[in-house]
Each structure stands twice: as C-alpha cells, then as structure tokens.
Design a binder for this molecule. Structure first.
Ligand SMILES: [Zn+2]
Length: 124
C-alpha cells in the first residue's frame, strides 16, 4: 500500500513541476510581447483565452496616442461608442469593434474618458 502511495506522490510531483515550468515559459513570452507592443495590449488582460489579437488590424476606429474624444464626437451629442475590450476603439456611430468584433457600447464622453484613463491611455 505504502509503495503505491509513494509512487503516486512522485508522479504528482513530476506533473506539478512540468506544469509550473510550462507556465513560467508562457508568462515569459507574454512579458516580451508586452514590452515590444508598448501600451496597446493592456486592455483585456492576458488570462482570458481570446487567443492572439492580431496587431496588424488597421482601422480609423483604433485610436492611438493622445485620444481626443471631443474630436471623435463629431455630431456633438456628448456620446460615443466604445469597445469594452479594446478601450481605444471608439466611434461616433454604432458598429462593431474591428479588433474583437464585439458590438461597441454607447457611453458618454466622461465615461469613455474614465475607461481610457483607468486603462492607461492618454486623453486630451
Ligand atoms: Zn474590441
């Protein structure tokens, strides 16, 4: 009985060790990815399993640098549409996010600004 228990214990240890090593490798790759990508990839966090978000998606809705919400709100109704996964995806009209294809949510300029600042984006 004791022998079997010992064997199970050592198997568990091996599995545990390799899991930890695999995890360490994965997070190291993540860190590198983050460093080269600057601040653009901090939105959804890395642990949600959405796969690799393509960095080469180009759209006028993806805002970069200092975001000027007043300028985006072209019709001056005080509201814009913002992706809840990619905070820098903002449009003045209804639509889908070009990055994650989620429907953009209608928010006030103040809410949009709040979301951006909380997630490390610069707002004018
Ligand atoms: Zn999105």
């Amino acid at each position: 009985m004791n022998k079997i228990k010992k064997r199970i214990a050592s198997y568990t240890l091996i599995i545990l060790t390799s899991t930890v090593m695999l995890f360490a490798q994965t997070s190291r790759v993540d860190a590198q990815c983050c460093r080269t990508g600057g601040h653009s990839g901090h939105g959804g966090g890395s642990g949600q399993g959405h796969g690799n978000v393509k960095e080469d998606v180009k759209s006028e809705l993806i805002r970069e640098g200092t975001i000027d919400l007043q300028a985006i709100d072209a019709n001056k109704d005080g509201k814009v549409f913002q992706c809840q996964m990619n905070w820098n995806v903002i449009s003045d009209s209804k639509g889908d996010c070009p990055v994650c294809n989620m429907e953009l949510k209608e928010v006030t300029l103040a809410e949009a600004k709040d979301n951006l600042i909380k997630n490390g984006f610069e707002v004018k």
